[in-house]
Ligand binder design. Structure first.
Ligand code: ZN
Ligand code: ZN
Length: 131
């Protein structure tokens, strides 16, 4: 289904300003499930020769310093601390962000099972090109 992606991006960043981060969060990784658990969305990029890929919050916590090269352990800790501060519905918000960027397509099922804040609902109900 089509949504007004620009309106949705605006509504999302109004309620979840953390989405605007570019070195962590959904803008820092490719859309898709965590490279470790394959379940929750990707949230944090990792680095180094043994990089486990892009991880969800729980996997990043579990893997800890191992997910970052020796030169970037501080960045890794900062990224995990950032993730720790996110609200518990971060995963749904990240998924919807990728809908807003066009990386994922929204299904009607998904819309129905989730109850979004009013501003986001309004954006989801707008059709593209209606202003
Ligand atoms: Zn994971
Ligand atoms: Zn590194």
């Amino acid at each position: 289904m089509d949504v007004d992606r620009r309106a949705l991006r605006q509504a999302l960043t109004d309620v979840a300003p953390w989405l605007t981060a570019t070195d962590v969060g959904p803008q820092a990784v490719d859309a898709g499930p965590c490279d470790d658990c394959g379940d929750a969305p990707r949230l944090l990029p990792t680095c180094g020769p043994a990089s486990p890929g892009a991880l969800c919050r729980d996997c990043a916590r579990r893997i800890g310093d191992e997910g970052w090269c020796a030169g970037h352990e501080d960045e890794g800790r900062a990224a995990r601390a950032w993730a720790d501060d996110l609200p518990d519905d971060w995963a749904d918000t990240v998924t919807l962000w990728w809908v807003a960027t066009g990386e994922l397509t929204l299904t009607a099922d998904y819309l129905e099972v989730l109850r979004w804040p009013v501003g986001i609902q309004a954006a989801l109900e707008r059709q593209p090109g209606t202003g």
